[in-house]
Design a protein around this ligand. Sequence first.
Ligand code: DLL
Length: 432
Amino acid sequence: MIWNETKECMSRDELTSLQSARLVKLVDYVYHNVDFYRKKMQSMGLEPGDIKGIQDIEKLPFTTKDDLRDNYPFGLFAVPHSQIVRVHASSGTTGKATVVGYTRKDIDIWAECVARCLAMAGVTKDDIIQVAYGYGLFTGGLGAHYGAEKLGAMVVPMSTGNSKKLTTMMADFGATAIACTPSYLLHLAEVLESENLIKDIKLKRAICGAEPWTEKMHKEIEERLNIKAFDIYGLSEIMGPGVACDCEFHKGLHVCEDHFYPEILDSATMKAQKPGETGELVFTTFTKEALPLIRYRTKDLTSIDYEKCDCGRTSARISRFKGRVDDMLIIRGVNVFPSQVEAALIDVEEVSPHYMIIVDRVNNLDTLEIQVEVNPQYLTDEIRGIETLTKKITHVLSQALGLNPKVKIVEPHTLVRSEGKAVHVIDKRKLY
Ligand code: DLL
Protein backbone atom coordinates (compact mmCIF):
# COMPACT_ATOMS: atom_id res chain seq x y z
CA MET A 1 0.00 0.00 0.00
CA ILE A 2 2.27 2.75 -1.12
CA TRP A 3 1.60 5.87 -3.05
CA ASN A 4 4.26 5.83 -5.71
CA GLU A 5 3.66 4.54 -9.20
CA THR A 6 4.67 0.92 -8.58
CA LYS A 7 1.25 -0.24 -7.28
CA GLU A 8 2.90 -2.69 -4.88
CA CYS A 9 0.22 -4.07 -2.59
CA MET A 10 -0.33 -6.32 0.37
CA SER A 11 -2.24 -9.54 -0.14
CA ARG A 12 -5.70 -9.64 1.46
CA ASP A 13 -4.42 -12.03 4.14
CA GLU A 14 -1.62 -9.66 5.06
CA LEU A 15 -4.08 -6.79 5.12
CA THR A 16 -6.50 -8.69 7.36
CA SER A 17 -3.81 -9.46 9.92
CA LEU A 18 -2.65 -5.85 9.88
CA GLN A 19 -6.25 -4.72 10.41
CA SER A 20 -6.70 -7.17 13.28
CA ALA A 21 -3.58 -5.98 15.06
CA ARG A 22 -4.54 -2.35 14.52
CA LEU A 23 -8.10 -2.85 15.79
CA VAL A 24 -6.88 -4.49 19.01
CA LYS A 25 -4.51 -1.56 19.58
CA LEU A 26 -7.20 1.00 18.74
CA VAL A 27 -9.76 -0.43 21.16
CA ASP A 28 -7.23 -0.37 23.97
CA TYR A 29 -6.29 3.21 23.00
CA VAL A 30 -9.84 4.61 22.99
CA TYR A 31 -10.79 2.74 26.16
CA HIS A 32 -7.98 4.43 28.04
CA ASN A 33 -8.09 7.85 26.38
CA VAL A 34 -11.70 8.71 25.47
CA ASP A 35 -14.31 8.78 28.27
CA PHE A 36 -17.11 8.48 25.73
CA TYR A 37 -15.84 5.12 24.43
CA ARG A 38 -14.91 3.75 27.85
CA LYS A 39 -18.41 4.49 29.16
CA LYS A 40 -20.04 3.09 26.03
CA MET A 41 -18.04 -0.11 26.22
CA GLN A 42 -18.63 -0.47 29.96
CA SER A 43 -22.38 -0.05 29.43
CA MET A 44 -22.19 -2.96 26.95
CA GLY A 45 -20.11 -5.07 29.34
CA LEU A 46 -17.16 -4.92 26.96
CA GLU A 47 -13.50 -4.81 27.92
CA PRO A 48 -10.62 -4.13 25.52
CA GLY A 49 -9.47 -7.76 25.86
CA ASP A 50 -12.78 -8.94 24.33
CA ILE A 51 -11.68 -7.63 20.95
CA LYS A 52 -9.14 -10.12 19.61
CA GLY A 53 -9.18 -9.26 15.94
CA ILE A 54 -11.14 -7.74 13.08
CA GLN A 55 -13.71 -10.58 13.31
CA ASP A 56 -14.86 -9.01 16.61
CA ILE A 57 -15.60 -5.56 15.19
CA GLU A 58 -19.35 -6.22 15.27
CA LYS A 59 -19.22 -6.30 19.08
CA LEU A 60 -18.21 -2.65 19.16
CA PRO A 61 -20.61 0.30 19.49
CA PHE A 62 -21.40 2.75 16.68
CA THR A 63 -20.49 6.43 16.62
CA THR A 64 -22.68 9.08 14.98
CA LYS A 65 -22.49 12.73 13.97
CA ASP A 66 -24.75 13.46 16.95
CA ASP A 67 -22.13 11.96 19.27
CA LEU A 68 -19.62 14.46 17.89
CA ARG A 69 -22.13 17.26 18.30
CA ASP A 70 -23.01 16.24 21.86
CA ASN A 71 -19.31 16.33 22.73
CA TYR A 72 -18.73 19.66 20.95
CA PRO A 73 -16.11 20.94 20.46
CA PHE A 74 -13.28 18.70 21.70
CA GLY A 75 -14.96 16.09 23.91
CA LEU A 76 -14.00 13.07 21.77
CA PHE A 77 -10.35 14.02 21.38
CA ALA A 78 -8.00 11.34 22.70
CA VAL A 79 -5.00 13.61 23.21
CA PRO A 80 -4.45 16.86 25.13
CA HIS A 81 -4.70 20.15 23.21
CA SER A 82 -0.94 20.53 23.26
CA GLN A 83 -0.69 17.60 20.82
CA ILE A 84 -3.30 18.93 18.39
CA VAL A 85 -1.73 20.85 15.52
CA ARG A 86 -4.87 21.53 13.43
CA VAL A 87 -8.65 21.53 13.60
CA HIS A 88 -11.23 21.51 10.83
CA ALA A 89 -15.01 21.62 11.07
CA SER A 90 -18.11 20.80 9.07
CA SER A 91 -21.84 21.20 9.55
CA GLY A 92 -23.65 19.35 12.28
CA THR A 93 -27.31 18.38 12.13
CA THR A 94 -28.63 21.35 14.07
CA GLY A 95 -26.25 24.05 13.05
CA LYS A 96 -23.51 23.26 15.52
CA ALA A 97 -20.32 22.36 13.71
CA THR A 98 -18.65 18.99 14.13
CA VAL A 99 -15.06 19.74 15.02
CA VAL A 100 -12.23 17.40 14.07
CA GLY A 101 -8.63 17.52 15.28
CA TYR A 102 -5.28 16.20 14.09
CA THR A 103 -1.92 15.48 15.69
CA ARG A 104 1.22 15.93 13.60
CA LYS A 105 1.20 12.19 12.87
CA ASP A 106 -2.47 12.39 11.78
CA ILE A 107 -1.58 15.16 9.34
CA ASP A 108 1.30 13.05 7.95
CA ILE A 109 -0.93 10.01 7.44
CA TRP A 110 -3.62 12.18 5.87
CA ALA A 111 -1.09 13.62 3.41
CA GLU A 112 0.09 10.08 2.65
CA CYS A 113 -3.47 8.88 1.93
CA VAL A 114 -4.21 11.84 -0.33
CA ALA A 115 -0.86 11.33 -2.09
CA ARG A 116 -1.85 7.69 -2.73
CA CYS A 117 -5.16 8.82 -4.18
CA LEU A 118 -3.53 11.38 -6.43
CA ALA A 119 -1.01 8.77 -7.59
CA MET A 120 -3.91 6.43 -8.31
CA ALA A 121 -5.32 9.15 -10.53
CA GLY A 122 -1.97 9.34 -12.32
CA VAL A 123 -0.68 12.56 -10.73
CA THR A 124 3.12 12.60 -10.31
CA LYS A 125 5.77 15.00 -9.03
CA ASP A 126 6.00 16.40 -12.56
CA ASP A 127 2.45 17.73 -12.42
CA ILE A 128 1.35 21.29 -11.75
CA ILE A 129 -1.85 20.94 -9.74
CA GLN A 130 -4.37 23.66 -8.96
CA VAL A 131 -6.18 22.98 -5.71
CA ALA A 132 -9.56 24.60 -6.06
CA TYR A 133 -11.36 23.14 -3.06
CA GLY A 134 -12.05 25.73 -0.37
CA TYR A 135 -9.20 26.37 2.07
CA GLY A 136 -10.21 26.96 5.68
CA LEU A 137 -12.34 24.94 8.07
CA PHE A 138 -13.42 22.69 5.19
CA THR A 139 -10.97 19.79 4.79
CA GLY A 140 -10.89 19.88 0.97
CA GLY A 141 -8.33 22.62 0.31
CA LEU A 142 -5.65 21.87 2.88
CA GLY A 143 -6.23 18.12 2.60
CA ALA A 144 -5.59 18.03 -1.14
CA HIS A 145 -2.78 20.55 -0.75
CA TYR A 146 -0.71 18.51 1.72
CA GLY A 147 -1.22 15.33 -0.30
CA ALA A 148 -0.11 16.96 -3.54
CA GLU A 149 2.95 18.43 -1.80
CA LYS A 150 3.81 15.03 -0.32
CA LEU A 151 3.72 13.61 -3.83
CA GLY A 152 6.13 16.35 -4.88
CA ALA A 153 3.81 18.00 -7.39
CA MET A 154 3.89 21.78 -7.88
CA VAL A 155 0.86 22.98 -5.95
CA VAL A 156 -1.07 26.11 -6.86
CA PRO A 157 -3.37 26.84 -3.88
CA MET A 158 -6.25 28.58 -5.69
CA SER A 159 -9.08 27.82 -3.26
CA THR A 160 -12.55 28.67 -4.63
CA GLY A 161 -14.14 31.87 -5.78
CA ASN A 162 -12.28 33.56 -8.59
CA SER A 163 -12.95 31.47 -11.68
CA LYS A 164 -11.50 33.93 -14.20
CA LYS A 165 -8.20 34.19 -12.34
CA LEU A 166 -8.13 30.40 -11.97
CA THR A 167 -8.70 29.74 -15.67
CA THR A 168 -6.18 32.39 -16.74
CA MET A 169 -3.57 30.89 -14.41
CA MET A 170 -4.48 27.39 -15.60
CA ALA A 171 -3.44 28.44 -19.09
CA ASP A 172 -0.49 30.66 -18.09
CA PHE A 173 1.07 28.16 -15.66
CA GLY A 174 0.35 25.14 -17.84
CA ALA A 175 -1.50 23.38 -15.01
CA THR A 176 -1.76 19.66 -15.75
CA ALA A 177 -4.09 18.66 -12.90
CA ILE A 178 -6.88 20.19 -10.85
CA ALA A 179 -8.57 19.15 -7.61
CA CYS A 180 -12.06 20.60 -7.07
CA THR A 181 -15.70 19.64 -6.82
CA PRO A 182 -17.15 18.16 -10.03
CA SER A 183 -19.83 20.84 -10.30
CA TYR A 184 -17.22 23.59 -9.98
CA LEU A 185 -15.13 21.92 -12.69
CA LEU A 186 -18.10 21.97 -15.05
CA HIS A 187 -18.51 25.64 -14.28
CA LEU A 188 -14.80 26.18 -15.00
CA ALA A 189 -15.25 24.38 -18.33
CA GLU A 190 -17.86 26.98 -19.21
CA VAL A 191 -15.59 29.84 -18.23
CA LEU A 192 -12.73 28.34 -20.27
CA GLU A 193 -15.04 28.00 -23.26
CA SER A 194 -16.38 31.53 -22.98
CA GLU A 195 -12.86 32.94 -22.61
CA ASN A 196 -11.72 30.85 -25.59
CA LEU A 197 -9.00 29.30 -23.41
CA ILE A 198 -9.62 25.58 -24.02
CA LYS A 199 -6.99 25.51 -26.77
CA ASP A 200 -4.40 27.05 -24.41
CA ILE A 201 -4.68 24.69 -21.44
CA LYS A 202 -2.55 21.63 -20.70
CA LEU A 203 -4.92 20.02 -18.21
CA LYS A 204 -4.75 16.19 -18.22
CA ARG A 205 -6.59 15.04 -15.13
CA ALA A 206 -9.02 16.16 -12.45
CA ILE A 207 -9.53 14.76 -8.96
CA CYS A 208 -13.10 15.53 -8.05
CA GLY A 209 -15.14 14.83 -4.94
CA ALA A 210 -16.77 16.29 -1.83
CA GLU A 211 -20.22 15.93 -3.41
CA PRO A 212 -22.18 13.30 -5.31
CA TRP A 213 -21.81 13.24 -9.09
CA THR A 214 -23.22 11.02 -11.77
CA GLU A 215 -21.53 9.00 -14.51
CA LYS A 216 -23.09 11.52 -16.93
CA MET A 217 -21.26 14.40 -15.24
CA HIS A 218 -18.05 12.37 -15.27
CA LYS A 219 -18.35 11.86 -19.01
CA GLU A 220 -19.25 15.47 -19.66
CA ILE A 221 -16.19 16.71 -17.71
CA GLU A 222 -13.89 14.35 -19.63
CA GLU A 223 -15.31 15.29 -23.00
CA ARG A 224 -15.54 19.05 -22.58
CA LEU A 225 -12.04 19.39 -21.18
CA ASN A 226 -10.45 16.42 -22.95
CA ILE A 227 -9.07 15.09 -19.64
CA LYS A 228 -9.38 12.06 -17.34
CA ALA A 229 -11.52 12.65 -14.25
CA PHE A 230 -11.22 10.68 -10.99
CA ASP A 231 -13.54 10.35 -8.03
CA ILE A 232 -12.08 11.07 -4.57
CA TYR A 233 -14.08 10.46 -1.40
CA GLY A 234 -13.70 11.37 2.21
CA LEU A 235 -15.36 13.01 5.17
CA SER A 236 -14.04 15.30 7.85
CA GLU A 237 -14.92 13.00 10.73
CA ILE A 238 -12.78 10.20 9.30
CA MET A 239 -10.01 12.47 8.01
CA GLY A 240 -11.05 14.57 5.00
CA PRO A 241 -10.42 13.81 1.31
CA GLY A 242 -8.31 10.73 0.64
CA VAL A 243 -10.29 7.98 2.36
CA ALA A 244 -10.87 6.42 -1.07
CA CYS A 245 -10.27 7.18 -4.74
CA ASP A 246 -10.81 5.47 -8.09
CA CYS A 247 -8.05 4.32 -10.42
CA GLU A 248 -7.79 4.39 -14.21
CA PHE A 249 -10.24 1.45 -14.48
CA HIS A 250 -13.04 3.35 -12.69
CA LYS A 251 -14.43 0.19 -11.12
CA GLY A 252 -15.06 1.65 -7.69
CA LEU A 253 -13.05 3.70 -5.24
CA HIS A 254 -10.08 1.98 -3.56
CA VAL A 255 -10.30 2.45 0.21
CA CYS A 256 -7.11 3.19 2.19
CA GLU A 257 -7.95 0.07 4.16
CA ASP A 258 -4.81 -0.01 6.26
CA HIS A 259 -6.05 3.17 7.97
CA PHE A 260 -9.84 3.00 7.60
CA TYR A 261 -11.91 -0.14 7.94
CA PRO A 262 -15.08 -0.08 5.84
CA GLU A 263 -18.27 -1.98 6.69
CA ILE A 264 -21.42 -1.90 4.57
CA LEU A 265 -24.47 -2.38 6.76
CA ASP A 266 -28.19 -2.54 6.27
CA SER A 267 -29.11 0.79 7.85
CA ALA A 268 -32.31 -0.58 9.38
CA THR A 269 -30.90 -3.73 10.99
CA MET A 270 -27.22 -2.65 11.10
CA LYS A 271 -26.28 -6.14 9.90
CA ALA A 272 -23.50 -6.63 7.34
CA GLN A 273 -24.51 -6.60 3.68
CA LYS A 274 -22.89 -9.00 1.23
CA PRO A 275 -20.36 -7.66 -1.29
CA GLY A 276 -22.30 -5.94 -4.08
CA GLU A 277 -25.32 -5.16 -1.90
CA THR A 278 -26.08 -1.53 -1.14
CA GLY A 279 -25.95 -0.33 2.44
CA GLU A 280 -24.65 2.34 4.77
CA LEU A 281 -20.92 2.84 4.84
CA VAL A 282 -19.45 2.67 8.33
CA PHE A 283 -15.79 3.41 9.06
CA THR A 284 -13.39 2.59 11.88
CA THR A 285 -10.17 4.60 11.92
CA PHE A 286 -7.17 2.40 12.79
CA THR A 287 -4.34 4.88 13.18
CA LYS A 288 -5.80 8.26 14.11
CA GLU A 289 -4.39 9.72 17.31
CA ALA A 290 -6.43 12.88 17.92
CA LEU A 291 -9.92 11.74 16.98
CA PRO A 292 -10.07 7.95 16.65
CA LEU A 293 -13.57 6.82 15.70
CA ILE A 294 -15.12 3.42 16.08
CA ARG A 295 -17.78 2.30 13.59
CA TYR A 296 -18.65 5.83 12.49
CA ARG A 297 -21.93 5.92 10.56
CA THR A 298 -21.24 7.99 7.45
CA LYS A 299 -24.89 7.79 6.27
CA ASP A 300 -23.52 7.40 2.74
CA LEU A 301 -24.98 4.56 0.68
CA THR A 302 -22.70 2.37 -1.39
CA SER A 303 -21.62 -1.26 -1.95
CA ILE A 304 -18.26 -2.99 -1.65
CA ASP A 305 -16.12 -5.27 -3.81
CA TYR A 306 -13.12 -7.20 -2.40
CA GLU A 307 -11.92 -8.69 -5.72
CA LYS A 308 -8.51 -7.65 -6.93
CA CYS A 309 -8.83 -4.72 -9.32
CA ASP A 310 -7.59 -4.77 -12.92
CA CYS A 311 -5.03 -2.16 -11.87
CA GLY A 312 -3.43 -4.75 -9.55
CA ARG A 313 -4.43 -3.13 -6.27
CA THR A 314 -5.89 -5.47 -3.67
CA SER A 315 -7.73 -2.89 -1.55
CA ALA A 316 -11.51 -3.08 -1.28
CA ARG A 317 -13.45 -0.84 -3.65
CA ILE A 318 -16.63 1.05 -2.83
CA SER A 319 -19.00 1.93 -5.65
CA ARG A 320 -19.91 5.47 -6.74
CA PHE A 321 -22.27 6.80 -4.07
CA LYS A 322 -25.94 5.94 -4.38
CA GLY A 323 -27.47 8.41 -1.94
CA ARG A 324 -27.61 9.10 1.77
CA VAL A 325 -29.55 7.62 4.63
CA ASP A 326 -30.31 11.05 6.12
CA ASP A 327 -31.45 14.33 4.62
CA MET A 328 -28.08 16.05 4.37
CA LEU A 329 -27.74 18.11 1.20
CA ILE A 330 -24.40 19.06 -0.28
CA ILE A 331 -24.68 22.47 -1.90
CA ARG A 332 -21.57 23.87 -3.58
CA GLY A 333 -19.59 21.42 -1.46
CA VAL A 334 -21.14 22.69 1.79
CA ASN A 335 -23.11 20.23 3.91
CA VAL A 336 -26.57 21.54 4.74
CA PHE A 337 -29.21 19.96 6.95
CA PRO A 338 -32.86 21.16 6.73
CA SER A 339 -32.83 21.17 10.55
CA GLN A 340 -30.24 23.96 10.45
CA VAL A 341 -32.69 26.14 8.50
CA GLU A 342 -35.45 25.30 10.96
CA ALA A 343 -33.26 26.11 13.97
CA ALA A 344 -32.17 29.44 12.46
CA LEU A 345 -35.75 30.50 11.62
CA ILE A 346 -36.96 29.93 15.18
CA ASP A 347 -35.17 33.14 16.17
CA VAL A 348 -36.99 35.22 13.55
CA GLU A 349 -40.33 36.17 15.06
CA GLU A 350 -41.75 37.63 11.83
CA VAL A 351 -41.94 34.20 10.15
CA SER A 352 -43.72 30.92 10.84
CA PRO A 353 -41.89 27.56 11.06
CA HIS A 354 -43.03 26.69 7.52
CA TYR A 355 -40.24 26.72 4.98
CA MET A 356 -39.19 25.06 1.75
CA ILE A 357 -35.64 24.56 0.51
CA ILE A 358 -35.31 24.51 -3.27
CA VAL A 359 -31.99 23.38 -4.68
CA ASP A 360 -31.22 23.51 -8.38
CA ARG A 361 -28.23 23.63 -10.67
CA VAL A 362 -27.97 26.53 -13.13
CA ASN A 363 -24.94 26.82 -15.44
CA ASN A 364 -23.42 23.98 -13.42
CA LEU A 365 -23.52 25.90 -10.17
CA ASP A 366 -25.82 24.94 -7.33
CA THR A 367 -28.51 27.43 -6.41
CA LEU A 368 -30.28 27.56 -3.07
CA GLU A 369 -33.63 29.25 -2.55
CA ILE A 370 -35.39 29.20 0.80
CA GLN A 371 -39.05 30.10 0.86
CA VAL A 372 -40.40 31.21 4.21
CA GLU A 373 -43.97 32.01 5.27
CA VAL A 374 -44.47 35.36 6.95
CA ASN A 375 -46.52 35.41 10.17
CA PRO A 376 -50.02 36.87 9.53
CA GLN A 377 -49.51 39.71 12.03
CA TYR A 378 -46.42 40.87 10.15
CA LEU A 379 -48.09 40.71 6.76
CA THR A 380 -47.64 44.02 5.03
CA ASP A 381 -48.10 45.46 1.56
CA GLU A 382 -45.16 47.70 2.07
CA ILE A 383 -42.36 46.64 -0.28
CA ARG A 384 -39.72 48.23 1.95
CA GLY A 385 -40.94 46.10 4.88
CA ILE A 386 -40.54 42.93 2.85
CA GLU A 387 -37.12 43.96 1.63
CA THR A 388 -35.91 44.59 5.17
CA LEU A 389 -37.29 41.27 6.37
CA THR A 390 -35.76 39.42 3.41
CA LYS A 391 -32.37 40.95 4.21
CA LYS A 392 -32.68 40.00 7.88
CA ILE A 393 -33.57 36.38 7.09
CA THR A 394 -30.85 36.12 4.45
CA HIS A 395 -28.34 37.26 7.04
CA VAL A 396 -29.59 34.81 9.69
CA LEU A 397 -29.57 31.90 7.24
CA SER A 398 -26.21 32.65 5.70
CA GLN A 399 -24.68 32.82 9.18
CA ALA A 400 -26.23 29.46 10.05
CA LEU A 401 -25.44 27.65 6.80
CA GLY A 402 -22.19 29.17 5.60
CA LEU A 403 -23.90 29.75 2.24
CA ASN A 404 -25.77 32.73 0.83
CA PRO A 405 -29.31 31.58 0.02
CA LYS A 406 -31.87 33.46 -2.05
CA VAL A 407 -34.71 34.10 0.40
CA LYS A 408 -38.28 34.42 -0.78
CA ILE A 409 -40.97 35.52 1.67
CA VAL A 410 -44.34 34.01 0.84
CA GLU A 411 -47.82 34.67 2.22
CA PRO A 412 -49.20 32.65 5.14
CA HIS A 413 -50.50 29.15 4.24
CA THR A 414 -48.96 29.07 0.76
CA LEU A 415 -46.37 26.34 1.31
CA VAL A 416 -47.62 22.77 0.85
CA ARG A 417 -48.53 21.01 4.10
CA SER A 418 -47.75 17.35 4.12
CA GLU A 419 -49.93 14.78 5.80
CA GLY A 420 -47.10 12.42 6.56
CA LYS A 421 -43.45 13.28 7.01
CA ALA A 422 -42.99 16.98 6.32
CA VAL A 423 -41.34 17.69 2.99
CA HIS A 424 -38.92 20.57 3.33
CA VAL A 425 -36.67 20.00 0.34
CA ILE A 426 -37.11 20.04 -3.41
CA ASP A 427 -33.81 19.01 -4.98
CA LYS A 428 -34.01 19.37 -8.74
CA ARG A 429 -30.40 18.36 -9.40
CA LYS A 430 -30.84 14.54 -9.79
CA LEU A 431 -27.41 13.67 -8.45
CA TYR A 432 -27.76 9.96 -7.78
O1 DLL B 1 -16.34 16.64 1.59
C1 DLL B 1 -14.14 15.84 2.24
C2 DLL B 1 -13.71 15.90 0.82
C3 DLL B 1 -13.10 17.02 0.33
C4 DLL B 1 -13.86 14.77 0.00
C5 DLL B 1 -12.66 17.04 -0.98
C6 DLL B 1 -13.40 14.78 -1.31
C7 DLL B 1 -12.80 15.92 -1.79
P1 DLL B 1 -17.28 16.73 4.45
O2 DLL B 1 -17.47 18.18 4.19
O3 DLL B 1 -17.24 16.25 5.84
O4 DLL B 1 -15.93 16.23 3.82
O5 DLL B 1 -18.43 15.97 3.67
C8 DLL B 1 -18.47 14.57 3.64
O6 DLL B 1 -19.47 14.57 1.44
O7 DLL B 1 -20.20 11.96 3.78
C9 DLL B 1 -20.41 12.40 1.36
O8 DLL B 1 -21.80 12.51 1.62
C10 DLL B 1 -19.94 13.59 0.52
N1 DLL B 1 -18.87 13.21 -0.39
C11 DLL B 1 -17.54 13.41 -0.23
N2 DLL B 1 -16.88 12.92 -1.31
C12 DLL B 1 -17.81 12.39 -2.16
C13 DLL B 1 -17.76 11.72 -3.41
C14 DLL B 1 -15.57 16.30 2.48
N3 DLL B 1 -16.63 11.51 -4.07
C15 DLL B 1 -19.61 14.09 2.79
N4 DLL B 1 -18.95 11.29 -3.94
C16 DLL B 1 -19.62 12.59 2.66
C17 DLL B 1 -20.13 11.47 -3.31
C18 DLL B 1 -19.08 12.57 -1.55
N5 DLL B 1 -20.22 12.12 -2.12
